[in-house]
Design a protein around this ligand. Structure first.
Ligand SMILES: [Zn+2]
Length: 244
């Protein structure tokens, strides 16, 4: 895989633009057109095998302003990303709670009013993070697994499920393979239940239609009539759920 550096359009500070060089990764495939993908401060140009380097660089140059804007906006969003630390904010079930540490032998997480309390022995940032992870994974296996299986049974496709995995992945909430492996990102347990239910529905419906076709969305809608609202909600808020 090759990449090249791009010098920012404007130097200096201020304004709503990125002011640092960024690198662009070139990813070739049998596609016919050039396209830009930006995610987590990573810029990728996808292009046909036969596209020349000059052509790719010209394409990037002609879209440079847009790229710099996107990178800048993403930077702002990253500031809202979740940091598990004492006094930090956590966006839990669509409410902003303050993280508190509580000394105690028993490890647990408690929600009390607008406080997200992490209880443990001699807590530090690393231990607190681990506890929140365990808390979310437990919640995910209690909630997502039976509901995904239940919905699959209702749709008559439970026989197609080979495995349901819970993983933390950086760019995806869920995934479904043609071999019947469903995967869910357990960070979704930070979201309201309506959103979690939508994600469960999204992947289970792929057991019937392995695409995002009209009939696929019709099926999603029959189970989750407000799905468009949930898709939008996730787009707006998902950057607040991620933590390293
Ligand atoms: Zn999908």
């Amino acid at each position: 895989m090759s990449s090249f550096k791009v010098i920012p359009l404007k130097a200096g500070t201020g304004g709503n633009h990125l002011r640092r060089p960024f690198s662009c990764e070139i990813k070739r495939s049998k596609r016919k057109t050039l396209a830009l993908y930006i995610s987590h401060q990573h810029v990728q140009v996808r292009c046909p095998y036969q596209a020349s380097r000059a052509e790719v660089m010209e394409f990037v140059r002609s879209n440079q302003q847009w790229i710099e804007q996107r990178l800048y906006e993403e930077c702002l969003l990253d500031k809202e990303a979740l940091r598990i630390e004492k006094g930090g904010k956590i966006f839990y079930r669509a409410r902003e709670l303050t993280i508190e540490y509580k000394e105690g032998r028993k490890k647990r997480v408690l929600i009390n009013g607008d406080r997200f309390i992490i209880q443990g022995h001699k807590l530090n940032a690393r231990k607190a993070k681990q506890q929140v992870e365990d808390f979310l994974i437990d919640k995910a296996s209690d909630y997502i697994l039976p509901r995904a299986r239940g919905l699959a049974r209702y749709l008559g496709v439970d026989g197609k499920i080979r495995e349901i995995r819970l993983r933390k992945t950086k760019s995806k909430w869920g995934h479904c393979t043609s071999h019947g492996i469903l995967q869910y990102n357990w960070l979704i347990m930070l979201a309201p239940y309506s959103i979690i239910d939508y994600m469960i529905t999204h992947e289970v419906c792929h057991l019937l239609h392995m695409d995002h076709s009209k009939r696929y969305w019709k099926l999603v809608e029959s189970i989750c009539p407000d799905y468009e609202y949930y898709v939008q909600w996730l787009k707006e808020h998902e950057h607040r759920f991620w933590f390293d």
